[in-house]
Design a protein around this ligand. Structure first.
Ligand SMILES: [Mg+2]
Length: 294
C-alpha cells in the first residue's frame, strides 16, 4: 500500500501491521514483555526544569525508563501542570453513549497530529478549505491549505475497525468540521466531534478533559501533539510528535503499534501507558523539583 499525497515526492512503502493476526494471538503475553517501537521517535522530546548539571542520579534512571530526551519541556508547562486543578467532573457527557461494538475509545487531536493547515498556498497541500472565522466580526471567508500527515488514511481506516474514534480539537468548530468532513466524507470513522468550546483553558493553553466524553477512562486513549492537552489525564495520553511537513514521518504507524498492543493485552490504558512511558511520573518528578527550588 502506498501513501497518497498529491505532492508526489512522497512514495514511501508502508509497513503492514497485521491487526487481525495480532488480535487472534492468545492473551498470554505480559504488557511488559511487548516490544514497542523506539520511544525516542514516538514521543516528543521533553526537558527537565532543572539544568543538566543539577540532574540527580535518580533522574538518569527515570530518563532511561522514559527512553526519550528530557530536554525540551518548557518549564512553563510544568508550572501549568502544577497549578492545574483536578479534572472537573462532568455530570452530563457532551456526546452520546459509547458504541456497544467497540470496547476502547480512541480520541484524536487534529492539528499537527493528523493534518497541518496553513494560509500559504505556495507550499504543497492536498486540499483547501474556506472557513468564515468564528472569532471575528468580519465574515470574509478565510482560505486554508491542508496537508495530510503520511499514512493518515491507512491509520484512520485501521483504527476505525477496532475503536470508537472521537475527534477532539482545540480548533474552532467550523474549521474542524471542514477538515473532518474531508478526512471522513462518509462519516464512518469519527463517531463524535468535540471542539475548542469543550476544552478547559488555562494560561492560554487548551486542556482536554476526557471526563467530558463520559467514557471508561481505563479504555480511553488520547493521541495529541500537545503535552498541555494531556494535562488532566496524563496517563491516558499518547504524545505524538508535532507534524507540519516531513514526508517521511512514521509516527502514525508507531501509534498503531502501541494501540494494537493495548488491544492485544486488553490493557488498562492508564496503567499500560504509565508502565511504558512514565510521562506522568516524569511530570510529577518535575513538580517535585519545582518545589525544591522554591
Ligand atoms: Mg494539535
Amino acid at each position: 500500500m502506498k501513501s497518497q499525497t498529491r505532492c508526489g515526492h512522497h512514495r514511501k512503502q508502508i509497513r503492514k501491521i497485521s491487526w487481525g493476526k495480532m488480535l487472534e494471538t492468545p492473551r498470554c503475553r505480559k504488557a511488559s514483555s511487548l516490544s514497542i517501537g523506539p520511544m525516542s521517535l514516538f514521543l516528543s522530546p521533553i526537558k527537565t526544569i532543572s539544568s543538566t548539571t543539577q540532574r540527580r542520579k535518580s533522574d538518569s534512571r527515570l530518563e532511561r525508563r522514559l527512553q526519550f530526551d528530557l530536554s525540551d519541556v518548557d518549564p512553563r508547562t510544568i508550572h501549568l501542570f502544577h497549578h492545574l486543578p483536578e479534572a472537573p467532573k462532568v455530570e452530563a457527557p457532551e456526546i452520546g453513549g459509547p458504541r456497544r461494538d467497540r470496547e476502547y475509545t480512541l480520541v484524536l487531536d487534529i492539528d499537527e497530529t493528523l493534518v497541518h493547515c496553513s494560509s500559504d498556498p505556495s507550499l504543497p497541500y492536498v486540499f483547501e478549505i474556506e472557513v468564515i472565522p468564528e472569532n471575528h466580526s468580519n465574515s470574509t471567508p478565510r482560505k486554508y491549505y491542508v496537508r495530510k500527515r503520511p499514512n493518515i488514511d491507512y491509520f484512520l481506516q485501521e483504527v476505525a475497525q477496532h475503536f470508537e474514534v472521537i475527534a477532539f480539537t482545540a480548533g474552532y468548530k467550523r474549521y474542524a468540521n471542514r477538515i473532518l468532513d474531508y478526512l471522513d466524507p462518509e462519516g464512518t470513522i469519527f463517531s463524535h466531534r468535540l471542539y475548542r468550546d469543550s476544552c478547559y483553558i488555562k494560561d492560554r493553553k487548551y486542556i482536554k478533559n476526557l471526563n467530558a466524553l463520559g467514557r471508561d477512562l481505563n479504555k480511553t486513549i488520547l493521541v495529541d501533539n500537545s503535552i498541555e492537552a494531556l494535562g488532566f489525564q496524563m496517563d491516558n495520553g499518547l504524545l505524538i510528535k508535532t507534524w507540519t511537513s516531513d514526508p517521511y514521518d512514521d509516527q502514525l504507524l508507531l501509534v498503531l503499534d502501541i494501540l494494537s498492543n493495548i488491544l492485544l493485552v486488553q490493557a488498562s490504558v492508564p496503567r499500560y501507558l504509565r508502565d511504558q512511558f512514565g510521562l506522568s511520573r516524569f511530570i510529577e518528578h518535575q513538580i517535585d523539583l519545582l518545589h525544591q527550588h522554591h
